[in-house]
Design a protein around this ligand. Structure first.
Ligand code: HEM
Length: 441
């Protein structure tokens, strides 16, 4: 069932073209494209809504026959990192010129591109190309897949570890040694597997991000684009600490196990790892509210990874519980303790999600009419389904007279379905994080 969910999400992410304006929105061009100029300008300037990455942002100008007529000095203004400029060759003839630009937001590292026309000594055409132009590309399928991979792996590593520390470990303290060792072994390998996946996902995301920034296919991101991305700038200042924390926390688990100080240190690093995602989320780009935007997004992803990771830990533990039928541990105890953690996580996800949705979209109309808003509605629907299922599962577990009973089996498959929904919501979240909040913004 989980394999079906994973396959479905990968297909959706790869096939779902995210065609919309990325976050560094083009606000103003000088000279403007809506006037006829007496003479060709010495320079074109493009003002964006966010700071630009100077290496991956550039502008060039072509004449009507496609020849480049700029001076080849495209640059982000050192005095204003939201301004992209290029000088034009002197003595250009009258005619229609095409200004083609590509930007990489230095905040959410979403690439964007566009084109507009300049009218020199000729009347402005009736329907000039829109300022932001056509063929807008935001996040690529690979960068979206990288985000989803991160959410799933972070849940496998951090969510499972948190559930072992807060739910399973304490519950098993008085259980039979066989059940304890089976559960500990399963949970240990789940967490180690999650840690390895997290590191591989972070490496994959860097290559995908470099390829998107340089506008080349995935493997083209290796080499210079990757070097440029990881050796300077904001993305590098977030990526290296993320990788370092992931490697350190995995080594703590591998050599220190899932009990004791080592695992507590590993668990303590997870909120910092998740913060690196919030630092490149849309919340970080909220005008005049990036601090609250980052904090709310961070709370949201912590809650989501704890919830989904908890479901993974539970789904992996139940078969061991069925085998150890005389373990002295009842489903009622299990769901009682796990239910409290899941309820808290779900409440955090719901409140922070609605708040962040309100901050990003800003109007109910925007929720109904924008791609971003519609993805939010899909998430709200999936959340409602997950909560409903959680309620049914809780009832089943409390009704389960014995660990071998029918009700416990039904509880197990209910947990499996809830988990599958969680993995699908992560896919929608990855698409959401790659889609611009709303045109109004
Ligand atoms: C009422 C339901 C929900 C709402 C309104 C909501 C809203 C949001 C919003 C606005 C974002 C920010 C996206 C961006 O960067 O622009 C987000 C991100 C995210 N959501 Fe939700 N969400 C909901 C439910 C869920 C659920 C149930 C889960 C998982 C179990 C989840 C997991 C995530 C994740 C992992 C992110 C990405 C955070 C990041 O990249 O930093 N959300 N959500």
């Amino acid at each position: 069932m989980l394999a079906v969910a994973l396959a479905a999400v990968v297909c959706a992410v790869l096939l779902f073209p995210v065609a919309a304006a990325a976050h560094a929105v083009l606000l103003k061009t000088t000279p403007s494209s809506s006037q006829s100029l007496n003479a060709a300008p010495a320079q074109v300037q493009l003002l964006f809504s966010e700071p630009l990455d100077p290496v991956f942002s550039h502008v060039q100008v072509r004449n009507a026959s496609g020849q480049l007529v700029d001076a080849g000095d495209s640059h982000v203004d050192p005095a204003n990192d939201q301004l992209l400029a290029a000088s034009l060759q002197p003595g250009l003839a009258n005619g229609v010129y095409s200004v083609e630009w590509r930007s990489l937001s230095a905040i959410d590292v979403h690439p964007n591109q566009g084109q507009y026309s300049l009218f020199v000594g000729v009347p402005v055409q009736a329907n000039p190309a829109p300022i932001s132009g056509a063929a807008l590309t935001a996040a690529t399928p690979e960068t979206t897949l990288g985000r989803w991979w991160f959410y799933v792996a972070a849940s496998l590593f951090g969510g499972v570890l948190a559930t072992w520390k807060l739910v399973l470990g304490p519950l098993l303290a008085d259980a039979k040694p066989e059940l304890q060792s089976t559960a500990r072994r399963r949970t240990y390998w789940l967490i180690v597997g999650g840690g390895v996946l997290l590191i591989l996902g972070t490496l994959f995301s860097a290559v995908a991000q470099a390829a998107a920034a340089a506008n080349v296919p995935l493997l083209g991101g290796l080499g210079t684009p990757l070097g440029e991305l990881l050796l300077r700038g904001r993305y590098a200042s977030i990526w290296w600490p993320r990788l370092g924390l992931e490697v350190a926390s995995l080594l703590l688990i591998v050599f220190g196990g899932i009990d004791g100080l080592a695992s507590e240190c590993a668990l303590a690093t997870l909120p910092a790892v998740l913060l690196t995602s919030a630092l490149t989320s849309h919340g970080a780009a909220l005008p005049n509210a990036s601090g609250p935007g980052i904090a709310i997004d961070w709370l949201h992803i912590v809650g989501a990874c704890a919830w989904v990771g908890g479901l993974v830990a539970l789904a992996a533990f139940l078969p061991a519980l069925r085998v150890g039928s005389d373990s002295g541990l009842t489903p009622r105890q299990l769901v009682g303790r796990f239910g409290r953690l899941a309820l808290l996580a779900a409440a955090v996800v719901l409140l922070s999600g609605v708040l962040q949705g309100a901050l990003e979209v800003g109007s109910l109309a925007g929720v109904a009419t924008t791609l971003y808003g519609q993805l939010l509605l899909v998430k709200a629907g999936l959340l409602a389904l997950m909560l409903l299922l959680a309620g049914v599962n809780e009832w089943r577990a409390r009704a389960a007279a014995s660990v071998g009973g029918v009700q416990l089996r039904a509880f197990g498959s209910g947990v499996g379905i809830e988990l599958m929904l969680g993995v699908i919501v992560f896919g929608v979240a990855a698409l959401l994080s790659s889609t611009p909040p709303s045109p109004a913004t």
